[in-house]
Design a protein around this ligand. Structure first.
Ligand SMILES: Cc1cc2nc3c(=O)[nH]c(=O)nc-3n(C[C@H](O)[C@H](O)[C@H](O)COP(=O)(O)OP(=O)(O)OC[C@H]3O[C@@H](n4cnc5c(N)ncnc54)[C@H](O)[C@@H]3O)c2cc1C
Length: 385
């Protein structure tokens, strides 16, 4: 039965995305994971279908949809058998391009947002650095003004879509040497002299997504590469993280549901001691716990999504939803692997990929520990250093 939060339009959209996922993504999961990359044409195709930039106006290649459509998309992409595509699309449409829409000039929107929404340009978001992960205030990449240009120097790491991206929404320091003030955003084209992709990083999971280390060495960009207000980069980027966290959580719950269903099926088929595993009470209770936790996480996310949709900004609840979903999905994937026994540990069974991919949910877009810090700050106030 349809959840009351979703309209008939949302459900029609869900059906269409589900068909696309079943027909055009899921059959390639093994091949793309093995190759450690899915083709760029996935972006092109999703752009053609109107699945990128759902929330942006049509003028910029978007669909003018509400936030719940993005939640539906995240849930359905979670069904494709690999976590990478949901992550790549979230970076493209929910992380790298929203600041272009909100703070960009008309020229920047036409040059970057429009082609990104049409799937003609791939975007990445460069925040994390080797010495600045959770501690964003420690970022060291600098942009120095020289006449009509900015000169960028620094290194970024763990950048999703970074190898193939056509442009980077980059956070660099233009002011004070420490703290959150003095950051600015820049739009950097991949062919700018002084910019290079130094490494494609090998990963435990999310193998078909590309994750890069990027280098800026006296990389000169024109003055109009500045995105938004100088010195406001941190605030320009942080507002959008909340929507992205809801979508990431929705995607994790959807993958937890998929791996639970694998375990459910396996428990009914696998016979030991003369009966299916599903007849042992320990397995029955494990499956009951798994499905209960999935439903609890789903409803927490829906509540946050609904509030967000009303224009509210429930940071505490979103952090709770992100934390709970990530930990829950990791527990469910681990329980599913356990139900599969030795077969779960074998590469030929899909459960191992869920187990590996899902682990990232506890790290990316803010770790479990950082989510707890945010929740604690909301209930107790910040501790002054
Ligand atoms: C596959 C992948 C894709 C990614 N994609 C992107 C991307 O596209 N763009 C981008 O900019 N970044 C990206 N990231 C980076 C990601 O956001 C960071 O990895 C994450 O924020 C954690 O930073 P860190 O890895 O440096 O860990 P650290 O910050 O060094 O943390 C290490 C451990 O210490 C804990 N810790 C840190 N500070 C505290 C504290 N104050 N209190 C308690 N515990 C603390 C952390 O929770 C963690 O357990 C990606 C990462 C991965 C792995």
């Amino acid at each position: 039965m349809r959840h009351p939060m979703f309209s008939e339009e949302h459900e029609l959209f869900r059906d269409a995305v589900r068909k696309f996922v079943e027909k055009e993504l899921a059959p390639h999961a093994d091949e793309w994971e093995e190759a450690e990359g899915f083709p760029d044409s996935v972006f092109t195709r999703m752009g053609e279908l109107g699945y990128l930039g759902l929330r942006f106006p049509e003028k910029y290649g978007g669909q003018g949809c509400d936030f719940l459509f993005s939640v539906v998309l995240a849930e359905e992409l979670g069904r494709c058998g690999m976590g990478s595509i949901g992550m790549a699309v979230a970076v493209q449409s929910e992380m790298a391009t929203p600041p272009v829409y909100k703070f960009g000039t008309e020229e920047q929107k036409m040059k970057y947002l429009l082609p990104a929404n049409r799937g003609q340009k791939i975007a990445c978001l460069g925040i994390t650095e080797p010495n600045a992960g959770s501690d964003v205030a420690a970022l060291q990449t600098t942009a120095r003004r020289e006449g009509d240009h900015w000169v960028i120097n620094g290194r970024k790491i763990f950048i999703t879509n970074g190898v193939r991206a056509d442009f980077i929404t980059l956070v660099a320091r233009t002011g004070e040497k420490k703290g959150y003030k003095g950051f600015s955003l820049f739009l950097v084209d991949k062919d700018t002299p002084g910019f290079s992709v130094t490494r494609k990083l090998g990963k435990l999971g999310m193998r078909s997504s590309d994750t890069a280390e990027l280098l800026f060495e006296d990389c000169r960009v024109p003055a109009d590469a500045l995105l938004g207000e100088e010195g406001k980069g941190f605030y320009h980027i942080m507002w959008e993280l909340q929507g992205e966290r809801i979508m990431g959580a929705a995607n994790a719950v959807s993958r937890a549901q998929m791996v639970y269903e694998l375990a459910l099926r396996y428990a009914q088929e696998r016979v030991q001691f003369g009966k299916p595993l599903a007849h042992f009470q320990v397995t029955r209770h494990r499956l009951a716990d798994m499905t209960t936790e999935i439903e609890a996480a789903r409803h927490l996310i829906y509540y946050c999504a609904w509030q967000f949709q009303q224009g509210e900004y429930p940071v505490k609840e979103i952090s709770m939803a992100k934390l709970f979903s990530a930990q829950m999905a990791a527990r469910v994937a681990d329980a599913a692997l356990q139900i599969h026994g030795g077969y779960g540990y074998m590469m030929e069974y899909p459960v191992q990929r869920y187990w590996r991919d899902i682990r990232l949910s506890r790290i990316g877009a803010g770790t479990d520990e950082i989510m707890k810090e945010i929740i604690a700050n909301e209930i107790l106030g910040r501790v002054k250093e």
